[in-house]
Design a protein around this ligand. Sequence first.
Ligand SMILES: [Fe+2]
Length: 391
Amino acid sequence: MIDTYQSLIANWSYPTSIRFGPGRISELANACRGAGIHAPLLVTDPGLAGLAIVKDALNALEENGLSTVLFSHLQANPVAANVEEGVAIYKRGHHDGVIAFGGGSALDTAKAIAFMSGQSRPIWDFEDREDWWTRADPAGVAPIIAVPTTAGTGSEVGRAAVITDETDHTKKVIFHPKMLPVEVIADPALTTGLPAPITAATGMDALSHALEAYCSPFWHPMGQGIALEAMRLVKEWLHEATSNGENVDARAYMMAASSMGAVAFQKGLGAMHAMSHPCSSLKGTHHGLTNAVVMPYVLHHNLKAIDEKLAAAARYLSLGDNAASFIDWVLRLREELQIPGTLHDLGITPDLISQMAPMALEDPCTGGNPVSMTTGAYETLYDKAINGTLG
Ligand SMILES: [Fe+2]
């Protein structure tokens, strides 16, 4: 075990300032003031809204003279209506910033609310295509403080929000550089209460970010290095974080891996995410869980292009010296974490393939896949992932 440091408390400013360490949620009011926020809208998901971690944060903000309103009316796969409702409350309450508090759904909704609070065009005009983000008024983006409570999405270090368009059931990426939170409070103690299945599924999302970024063909050596170390942290700590949720060190390493995965995927994602998005938007499957299910099928499909890379990763992770040992580890990890082996187990049926394959091809993540994809290739991959046919 080489993960021994003097302390697990640090201040990071790559790519945004991160106050990292157990107990640092106590600095939330200070972080708000530093960002010029005096009347925040705290956005979280309905499951968290009633829990002590949110109530304690609200009390602490109040005690520090920050009048805060809670907004938690959002779906697991957030839709534009959730964002619109939040923006209306933000404007009505004359708020001056947003606290994004929770897992991926809450963080993305909060970031979209902060972004849309000062725009005059509809949200889909800012989809991450070409230079559409330049349509936005940068002065109209409210400052965001992000507080992740899961270790997987990494949205706290990202400049985008994934919102579902209910008119065509597609997940759309809304992007603007100013959507990057001004500051992050990454307090692993906030994640100790996460149930094992959510810990496993979100942890596998972090792995899929690092792995897809690592395999993507684009030039981004910083992303490459960060991805590799993030995968090692997942290998060392995800099992422990899942089976012993109270282990704050394991939670800390997974929280770091999560932020690192999201930093790394500036380098690109790939077919895992492209296949996962249609499953979630059509059948409501959990994002990280779906990525975990499709992961080995996509690795097999891409194998010719990533054989050397996976072998190098296998060596770095002390798994062996070839790509097969890496894929064997993914399969073993999935089993240990009690993650299902097929999309069929998640309720995805073969009749959906003809609808999902073109959606996957259109998905922006397809561009980062190391092997160029077609509708036919996605049909084959979906078929294999539903039936459990590897190779
Ligand atoms: Fe993801």
